[in-house]
Design a protein around this ligand. Structure first.
Ligand code: HEM
Length: 353
């Protein structure tokens, strides 16, 4: 229990540090200063790396599977202290995580464990692209692929029992293969392969919009409806990110780069976090998480502020871009604050969920 809680609390701290680093990249200084250059690695390799690896370790309940989240948390804190030695630690953590993903695949060989395993490999390559080659756009694309494939694999697993036509399985494989082709070969011809990666994202988003069980959730009430709304709106952002990639490739920096990356990272990934938190946090903490309809407020705030950020990115309006970016970060903080307060009050009440 102690290690689970320690790792979860550390991940939440890493999330706050990486959000603060993101706001700093927009030009506003928050505490602690000097993290702007670490925003991407802190957010993806450290926070998401640790959170996802922790969820797997809790599911497997074998001591060695806790090594990746421990290394990722350690690597993240070293970076936050300005210590570049954090990079090799994160790289090692992601290598161990590939071993855990391979072990999961051996225990349960299936299309969804395979997709999540490929996601783990992309995290490792992304860390390599950042730490060894210092190629931020390539790393950012590989990391996006990691999160997209982890989510897609998870949804593939949950939608297993929904009746689907036989073609659904090769459509998924084709979408995954296209994504991999684009992301892995990106440095050879960035203009071409970013677009192929974008095509893969579009195909995966369409697959999820077509076959995911989230539509069933949407027709239910309470937390199920919320999860359905979060997931489906997130898939639309993945579609948007993929379309931008097809249209623009991936510029090496600047507002279009910002729009493309954060359509996927904020719009898709955080909508997935909001939608899965009612399932992931109880599993990791082994405590009930309560849902309150107030959770819709940060969800819509996330989508609206991201819309404003992307509009400002394309319109060249820096002031709106900064404000909208800050509201993106606040939406994420509000969501966790609301969930924590409602759950703590629920624990005190001891009312049924
Ligand atoms: C929510 C508030 C966020 C803010 C204010 C923010 C801000 C920024 C900014 C300003 C950039 C540089 C873009 C440019 O070159 O013009 C950036 C890059 C990046 N962001 Fe974010 N971001 C946020 C959320 C996220 C999230 C949630 C993720 C991942 C899940 C993420 C991952 C990245 C990555 C990987 C890069 C590229 C690598 C780098 O250049 O550091 N960001 N972000």
């Amino acid at each position: 229990m102690a290690i689970r809680v320690f790792l979860l609390v550390s991940s939440v701290l890493l999330l706050l540090l990486s959000l603060s680093a993101g706001v700093e990249r927009l030009g506003l200084s928050l505490w602690p200063p000097g993290l702007a250059g670490f925003h991407g690695p802190l957010m993806v390799s450290a926070f998401f790396g640790a959170l996802i690896a922790l969820e797997r370790a809790v599911g497997l309940s074998e001591a060695w599977t806790f090594v990746p989240p421990v290394l990722m948390v350690l690597g993240g804190f070293l970076l936050a202290l300005g210590e570049p030695f954090g990079y090799p630690v994160l790289l090692l953590g992601s290598l161990f995580y590939v071993a855990v993903a391979a072990y999961i695949y051996r225990l349960q060989p299936a299309d969804f464990t395979q997709a999540m395993g490929v996601g783990a490999v992309l995290l490792f390559f992304g860390n390599l692209a950042w730490a060894l080659f210092y190629d931020p756009p390539w790393a950012a694309l590989l990391w996006a692929g990691y999160l997209v494939l982890i989510v897609a694999g998870e949804r593939l697993e949950l939608s297993r029992f929904v009746p689907k036509p036989a073609r659904a399985s090769w459509q998924f494989a084709l979408a995954e293969g296209t994504t991999l082709l684009g992301l892995l070969l990106f440095p050879l011809a960035p203009g071409v392969f970013a677009r192929i990666g974008g095509l893969g994202f579009v195909a995966l988003a369409l697959w999820l919009l077509r076959y995911d069980i989230a539509w069933v959730n949407l027709r239910r009430e309470g937390v199920h409806k919320f999860m359905g709304a979060a997931l489906l709106t997130g898939y639309v952002w993945l579609l948007v990110g993929g379309v931008f990639l097809i249209g623009y490739g991936l510029p090496p920096a600047g507002p279009v780069y910002d729009a493309i990356l954060h359509s996927v990272y904020v719009g898709f990934v955080f909508a997935m976090v909001f939608g899965h938190a009612p399932v992931i946090f109880p599993a990791v903490l082994r405590l009930p998480i309560r849902f309150h309809p107030l959770a819709y407020l940060p969800l819509w705030l996330l989508h609206l502020s991201l819309f404003a950020r992307i509009y400002a990115d394309f319109a060249g309006n820096h002031a709106v871009r900064v404000q909208a970016g800050v509201w993106n970060a606040l939406a994420i903080v509000f969501y966790f604050a609301i969930t924590a307060v409602v759950s703590l009050l629920g624990l005190r009440d001891r009312r049924p969920l």
